[in-house]
Write a new protein. Structure first.
Length: 258
């Protein structure tokens, strides 16, 4: 299970946080690190020093330019956020996140991404809206700002607790409760890349039929993202939805009948 969890850092500016993150991950048995447009060098002497022996994770880290590239193959993307911005979004505690992991990762091919933002500003609204859910660490409200590597450590610890519970046979009840409608699903969940292609297709069609005006968005696409991400469609369902959109496009391009 732990091998299927990816830590994603966006715009990290301090090499010490990169090294501290690698150390936190190795402490808890995680090894998949993706860096989105980092503002510091993850193989610098300071990063390696702060990794304290976990520099193999830094060496293997994948560096990409966009969040979409980092999570394209993931079926669940969870963003770390101090609060839900612009629109309310499904929110988890670290413990609830851990409890969901055994069922989310029951299929061998599935992956989960935990996304962390910049030290100074966190995740943008657009980045948060690309996550199925947000996770909030309930820190002291009078001093709530967490160091980036510390936040990774907290969530990585909850991931490990969930893995240990599953290893000792303590997770079956949770897995059964978390399965959609109480049964094993017949198709794997749609990946982030599948959903992004669907959202692009949906927006294009809504513009074509004059339902959506990009100049006056009124949070329409954000609300539709929230709806479909909350529904957790599988691959077949996304294919059906895109087939419906293609049929609408075809019908709109035909000359009027009669």
């Amino acid at each position: 299970m732990l091998d299927s969890i990816r830590i994603v850092l966006i715009g990290t500016s301090h090499p010490g946080n990169l090294g501290g993150t690698a150390r936190a991950m190795k402490n808890m048995g995680l090894g998949d690190l993706a860096l989105v447009a980092p503002r510091s060098e993850h193989r610098s002497a300071e990063a390696i020093s702060r990794a304290s022996g976990a520099d193999t994770i830094l060496a293997a880290a994948r560096r990409v330019e966009t969040l979409e590239e980092a999570v394209a193959d993931c079926s669940l993307v969870v963003g770390a956020s101090a609060r839900s911005r612009t629109l309310p979004w499904p929110m988890l505690t670290p413990r609830q996140l851990g409890e969901r992991l055994p069922s989310e990762l029951a299929a061998e091919s599935t992956r989960v991404a935990l996304v962390f933002g910049r030290e100074d500003s966190g995740l943008t609204n657009a980045e948060l809206q690309r996550c199925h859910a947000h996770v909030h660490i309930p820190s002291n409200p009078d001093f709530s700002s967490l160091n980036l590597a510390t936040a990774v450590q907290v969530l990585a610890y909850e991931c490990r607790l969930a893995w240990l519970a599953a290893e000792h046979g303590e997770a079956p009840e949770v897995i059964e409760q978390e399965q959609p409608f109480g049964v094993a699903w017949d198709n794997p969940p749609a990946s982030h890349a599948d959903l992004e292609r669907f959202f692009e297709h949906l927006e294009r069609v809504l513009i074509d039929v004059d339902f959506h005006d990009p100049a006056k968005p009124r949070h329409l696409m954000a609300r539709l993202r929230r709806l479909y991400l909350r529904a957790r469609p599988d691959q077949m369902e996304v294919n059906i939805l895109r087939g419906m959109l293609s049929a609408v496009e075809k019908r709109c391009s035909e000359p009027p009948r009669g």
